[in-house]
Write a protein that binds this ligand. Structure first.
Ligand SMILES: Nc1ncnc2c1ncn2[C@@H]1O[C@H](COP(=O)(O)OP(=O)(O)O)[C@@H](O)[C@H]1O
Ligand SMILES: [Mg+2]
Length: 471
């Protein structure tokens, strides 16, 4: 989330202000150092000037041992505010007089002392020692620092305000416009172009952004055209398939119907020579009809025309119906058909036609690939990831498959191996349809098999139905 504190302007500001403050502090330190040095030089000059100005005035009375006059002169030296104590000594260092303290060194220490030799007629007559203070310097320095600090603070403030305004105009505003354009695009609408206001890097970004919008729009237009074309093609395909399947099914049903009628007749008349050929005609017709139905189903799913009509399906009744349809199939290869299901299985919210189609597809496979064995359909409720599912299983004790044969089983037109088609017929579409239907109903399907032992197909569907309705 973008707010005032993590905007580019704020970040830049966070860098800028400390930099200015540190620079100003450094400047202040250098200023104080130089100013201090300067004031000290001035003070030293003043003290030595003072000393040399009064040297003669002290030397004269000292030469004549007029100590009262010495005292008077010392007092005048002390009129200068920076001098706090003055001391006169004889050339050999003997104490003569000091003012205002008796022992200047004891009171003021030896640190700030200016010593001058007193000479008269080229002869040393004594020593003048002036004790001074830096209080004045410190006062001046403090005042100057305060002034400088105020000036610096005012400058920082003014510079910050100016930088903030400049940044907002140069960076903040163009970026905000760009962001608004990106954010305020309504779905399905073209993004608005951003007006280019600067010719710096940001201006180039805006330029590129506008170019991107144009490119995006032209891609969208291309995709739109492609989609319309694809939709038109799909409509044509579906139309074609619907017409074709009708055209194919009508004569095929006639072939199957008439061949069965003839079969009944020749069976009655016991005309053995015709029974086998007529049987073949009938089987081939049914196979062809099944193939057409499967291709039509798959095309419908692919074209998104397979509409699911979900309803509450009581599973007990549903399985009874499956049993009655499956028993004749199982009987053909002398298989036993078993249904396993708990009494309180309840119901599932799903499309019963498609559910039946999946189970019967699996059962018909199981019956086809099993001889003298067992076909078991079992159903139970399961909870996976806190969701209720119904698990269906079709198990057989037939020929089974090797692991590599099961890998692409759910792809269209895939059979376990090429001999299957020769031996058992089939198209390789049944399982592909099963998987597509499971997907559409929000579930999934899986297989486990062992060659020579048998096969188990398991599919799960959500109990309450999460169907993706075909568009
Ligand atoms: N219960 C089963 N036991 C052994 N093989 C099976 C079984 N079910 C399916 N298969 C293998 O999977 C292939 C694909 O099945 P399917 O998609 O229904 O196509 P079809 O039944 O038309 O061959 C079958 O040809 C067969 O090789
Ligand atoms: Mg099949």
């Amino acid at each position: 989330m973008l707010n005032r504190f993590n905007s580019i302007t704020a970040k830049f500001f966070l860098i800028l202000v400390p930099t200015i403050v540190v620079t100003a502090a450094l400047f202040l330190v250098v200023y104080v150092y130089l100013k201090n040095k300067d004031l000290n030089t001035v003070l030293n000059d003043r003290i030595s000037l003072n000393a040399s100005l009064h040297a003669n005035a002290v030397a004269e009375p000292l030469w004549t041992f007029n100590y009262d006059a010495v005292k008077q002169t010392i007092k005048t030296i002390l009129l200068h505010p920076e001098v706090v104590c003055a001391e006169v000594l004889e050339p050999d260092g003997k104490y003569v007089h000091s003012w205002p303290e008796d022992n200047c060194t004891q009171v003021f220490g030896e640190e700030l002392v200016h010593t001058d030799k007193l000479t008269l007629h080229n002869q040393d007559v004594g020593i003048l020692r002036l004790f001074y203070t830096k209080e004045e310097i410190y006062k001046t320095l403090t005042r100057d620092i305060q002034l400088a600090a105020i000036l610096i603070l005012l400058t920082i403030f003014a510079a910050s305000v100016a930088a903030f305004i400049a940044l907002s105009i140069i960076v903040g505003n163009p970026l905000a416009k760009l962001l608004n354009s990106i954010k305020n695009t309504k779905p399905g609408h073209m993004r608005p172009m951003v007006q280019q206001t600067t010719n710096d890097e940001l201006g180039h970004v805006v330029d590129e952004y506008n170019r991107m919008i144009e490119l995006e729009q032209s891609h969208i237009n291309e995709l739109e055209t492609a989609r319309e074309q694809a939709e038109a093609a799909t409509r044509t395909k579906s139309q074609f398939l619907a017409t074709m399947s009708h055209e194919l099914r009508t004569p095929l049903n006639a072939v199957i119907g008439i061949s069965e009628m003839l079969l009944e007749e020749v069976e009655e008349k016991k005309e053995e020579d015709y029974i086998e050929p007529l049987n073949r005609v009938s089987r081939a017709g049914k196979h062809l009809l099944n193939l057409i139905n499967e291709i039509l189903d798959l095309s419908k799913i692919e074209a998104g025309k397979m509409d699911l009509i979900p309803e509450h399906v009581p599973l007990k009744d549903f399985l009874e119906e499956v049993r009655s349809t499956s028993i004749p199939l199982a009987d053909k290869n002398n298989n036993t058909f078993i249904v396993q299901c708990p009494d309180n299985i309840g119901s599932i919210f799903a499309d019963p036609t498609r559910l039946r189609q999946i189970i019967l597809n699996l059962v018909s496979n199981a019956c086809k690939f099993t001889n003298d064995g067992e076909i078991t359909v079992s159903v139970k409720n399961r909870e996976i990831d806190l969701t209720d599912w119904v698990e269906f299983q079709v198990r057989d004790t037939g020929i089974g498959m090797k692991l590599d044969q099961t890998e692409n089983l759910f792809e269209e037109f895939t059979q376990a191996d090429s001999s299957t088609t020769r031996k058992f017929g089939g198209t390789g579409l049944g399982l592909a349809i099963c998987r597509r239907l499971c997907d559409m109903m929000g579930g999934s399907i899986d297989v486990e098999s062992e060659s020579g032992v048998g096969t188990v197909f398991t599919f799960v569907l959500p109990s309450v139905g999460k169907m993706q309705y075909a568009k």
